[in-house]
Design a protein around this ligand. Structure first.
Ligand code: G
Ligand code: MN
Length: 276
């Protein structure tokens, strides 16, 4: 599939290329080939842009633009993953600055690897980047997967609290895939609950799935988290999450991830006619 000139692929291997190895990734980092694309997140009621999520892409000189699924499995258990996540953070903050300079205030969410949360200096490191680019802290949200929250490491919890106290947004990502109980969520100083596409797929037609989805939205409400439906692909799914009381939506129905330079044109088109 070809979208926005980006090759969408979730396969590690390509028939016409040798399999990627860690050293390729290491070289890619050295040569600055990793960059974020940005996927808009909008309110369901007002259809207003409320932020963008930075998603990793690899502009490979021969293989084209690769999505995270093509290379993340390789780095999942490697310190390079932390490096990559931090490169994404730095480049996202730099892009946020460029948008501000154009008069566009677009809060940006960055996914962090769970291991990074164990770094006691993480908050300082992030603050340093944010200050370097002159970005107000509230424009940066850190996303951590539900599974990382479920582990209940005290170091990670300490970091999450530090991040939140420093003024960053904090999103629990992929909710519905990690078996994080209510009690665990209550301990997390999050601002946002991102409900995974897995909970949404099929929920429009299956009452049991719909009831589970409703429970998640209600839980977000009770805990004072903004409820974001992820992976909204159709009008039917948009209407469903709207009906269930979700606050925001993100997904292909709204927009595919796009390069930073494309956001202002997308926003103009969206404001003119959201569902075109
Ligand atoms: O784990 P996280 O939720 O951060 O990952 C988001 C992933 O989901 C990205 O790889 C992104 O490209 C993909 N994605 C974004 N929107 C949609 C969608 O509407 N449908 C599906 N199936 N995937 C999506
Ligand atoms: Mn995410």
């Amino acid at each position: 599939m070809q979208h926005n000139g980006v090759l969408e692929t979730d396969q590690l291997d390509h028939t016409d290329h040798p399999p990627l190895v860690l050293e390729d990734i290491w070289r890619g980092i050295e040569n600055d080939q990793f960059l974020p694309h940005f996927q808009p997140k909008v309110t369901l009621r007002g259809m207003e842009l409320k932020g963008v999520e930075a998603l990793m892409r690899w502009q490979h000189p021969r293989r084209g633009t690769l999505t995270a699924g093509a290379f993340l499995p390789l780095v999942a258990d490697n310190f390079l993953f932390d490096d990559l996540a931090f490169v994404m953070l730095e480049r996202s903050v730099a892009q946020c600055r460029r948008w501000l300079d154009q008069g566009l205030e677009a809060p940006v969410s960055v996914n962090l690897s769970p291991d990074l949360l164990r770094d006691p200096h993480l908050t300082e490191r992030i603050l340093e980047k944010v200050h370097e680019h002159g970005i107000p802290v509230h424009l940066l949200t850190i996303e951590v997967p539900e599974a990382a929250v479920a582990q209940e490491s005290s170091e990670a919890l300490e970091t999450l609290i530090q991040l939140r106290v420093s003024g960053f947004g904090l999103a629990v990502d992929d909710y519905g895939t990690g078996r994080c109980g209510r009690a665990q969520l209550e301990r997390i100083p999050a601002s946002e609950l991102k409900i995974d596409r897995q909970m949404l797929a099929g929920a429009a037609r299956k009452p049991t799935l719909k009831a589970q989805l409703q429970e998640s939205v209600d839980l977000a409400r009770e805990l004072n988290f903004v409820a974001v439906a992820e992976g909204v692909e159709t009008r039917e799914e948009w209407d469903l999450v709207n009906e269930l009381g979700c606050d925001m939506a993100q997904g292909y129905f709204i927009a595919r991830p796009m390069p930073g330079e494309a956001l202002s044109d997308w926003l103009m088109a969206w404001n003119a006619d959201p569902f075109l």
